[in-house]
Ligand binder design. Structure first.
Ligand code: GDP
Length: 449
């Protein structure tokens, strides 16, 4: 299992910490010392480990403990976030070229890393995305590699372009693009030759291919089980030919995880996919956050953390609703709540947290409300409110036709848009007043913890 031993060790470290209601600085430091050992034993790059522990320590010692968590759990939350950051926070997708342009993906890597297998796996992934991929056999040194690609391509239902082993890889690549253009393929995946070790000849050949066709993405395939060697290989390939990202193979057999945790931090290049087995569908998109959770393996604490985070959102919603129900709800509050709603994914999600709280409001009215604050219009509305004088913002009743005309000019929008917004604002206010549940009336109060 991936990360098994690291996961076990980290869980042991946190077992003592998680139940604690109080943590001293010494407790945190002692725990992080053990985390450091665990990461080093997992073959994570020592500089990465040093920075990681430093960051976690600074954050943990200065942190306010979130409602619903104890200090130990708060430290776990920070470790989880920093592990995610280490692996790049965001999931990186293949950057396809827009429109009819052909996206050329060049696969590079050392022999045995799993490049040919991964190339075929990737073709399947690309096909599932609705693209039309073409595989290209540029490894002319091992006839077996061409056959392997053909067999795997057939299994994936993806055609393989090959010119045997008598042509230069750069020429094969060029010819394959012509073939793709003529036959309507929009993604070309080049399987290039690897060597047992990095050598100049291989690098020169890769550079030549890259110069002869317009490569959109160069993906390096590395074997996770080789730990820091994989990281070094990534550094060298990036320096010599430039890579855009990494596919980490054999993660299924990597109990340590050093490569997964170091590559991004050391080379700055993201991991796009990981290989989780020998079968052609054993390729997974790489999600840093899920990987971090998998490493920590503390489902219960992590879901507690999620809950604590959700309750912060509820706090914000409560605050927002308080503002909304105020009889004196003005344009300043509107501006505030707009910012708030933007963060929470629109008013729909705010209303969704208040089931049954809007008697008399039907779905058309809710969508009218949503329409009033949809993302595209938000910028205009913001400009309209910002064009108001402080008096106008604080006292909506002041609005009149000549003021509206001035606002339209100020915000650079049509007068009709100003009218629509002012009308919607008044309606919103009216609707908000119809929420007795939220006003603490007979129907009961909002059920927030
Ligand atoms: P290449 O020399 O880089 O083209 O490597 P191959 O594609 O021939 O793969 C080398 C070996 O690694 C083969 O036995 C593959 O089945 C195996 N392999 C590739 N990817 C994975 C993976 O993600 N997990 C496991 N367990 N084996 C893999």
């Amino acid at each position: 299992m991936a990360f098994e031993s690291l996961s076990d060790k980290l869980q042991n470290v946190f077992k003592n910490l998680r139940g604690k209601g109080r943590l001293s600085e010494e407790d945190v430091k002692a725990a992080l010392k053990e985390v450091k050992m665990a990461l080093l034993e997992a073959d994570v790059n020592f500089k990465v480990v040093k920075n990681f522990v430093k960051t976690v320590q600074e954050r943990a010692i200065g942190a306010d403990v979130m409602n619903g968590l104890n200090p130990g759990q708060m430290v776990i939350k920070i470790v989880n976030e920093e592990l995610t950051n280490l692996m790049g926070s965001e999931t990186t997708e293949i950057a396809y070229r827009p429109g009819q342009q052909i996206t050329v993906i060049m696969m590079v890597g050392l022999q045995g890393a799993g490049k040919t297998t991964t190339t075929a796996k990737l073709a399947g992934h690309v096909k599932k995305k609705g693209k039309k991929p073409l595989l290209v056999a540029c490894d002319v040194y091992r006839p077996a590699a061409i056959t392997q690609l053909q067999i795997n391509g057939e299994k994936q239902g993806v055609p393989v372009f090959s010119m045997g082993d008598k042509n230069k890889p750069a020429d094969i690549a060029k010819a394959s693009i012509e073939h793709a253009k003529k036959n309507g393929f929009n993604v070309v995946i080049l399987d290039t030759a690897g060597r047992l070790h990095i050598d100049e000849g291989m690098m020169d050949e890769l550079v030549e291919i890259k110069e002869s066709v317009d490569v959109a993405q160069t993906l390096l395939v590395v074997d996770a089980m080789t730990g820091q060697d994989a990281v070094n290989v990534a550094g060298t390939f990036d320096e010599k030919i430039g890579i855009d990202g990494v596919v980490l193979t054999k993660l299924d057999g990597d109990t340590r995880g050093g490569a997964a945790l170091s590559i991004r931090a050391v080379t700055g290049k993201p991991i796009l996919f990981c290989g989780m087995g020998e079968k052609l569908d054993d390729l997974e998109q790489f999600y840093p956050d899920r990987m971090a959770s998998r490493i920590l393996g503390m489902g219960d604490v992590l879901s507690l953390i999620e809950k604590a985070e959700a309750s912060i959102d509820e706090e914000k919603a409560k605050d927002l609703s308080r503002k909304m129900r105020k009889a004196e709800f003005d344009y300043n509050d509107y501006l505030d709540s707009m910012a708030q709603m933007k963060k929470m994914g629109g008013i729909g999600s705010v209303l969704g947290m208040m089931p049954g709280m809007i008697p008399g409001m039907n779905s058309a009215q809710v969508s009218q409300l949503e329409g009033a604050i949809d993302d595209k219009k938000m910028a205009h509305i913001e400009a309209i409110i910002l064009s108001m004088t402080p008096e106008e913002r604080a006292n909506p009743k002041l609005m009149n036709p000549s003021r509206k005309k001035r606002l339209a000019r100020g915000a650079g929008v049509d007068i009709a848009e100003v009218n629509r917004f002012i009308k919607q604002f008044d309606q919103t206010k009216k609707m908000m007043k119809k929420m007795p549940g939220m006003m603490g009336g007979k129907r009961g109060r909002m059920k927030f913890p």
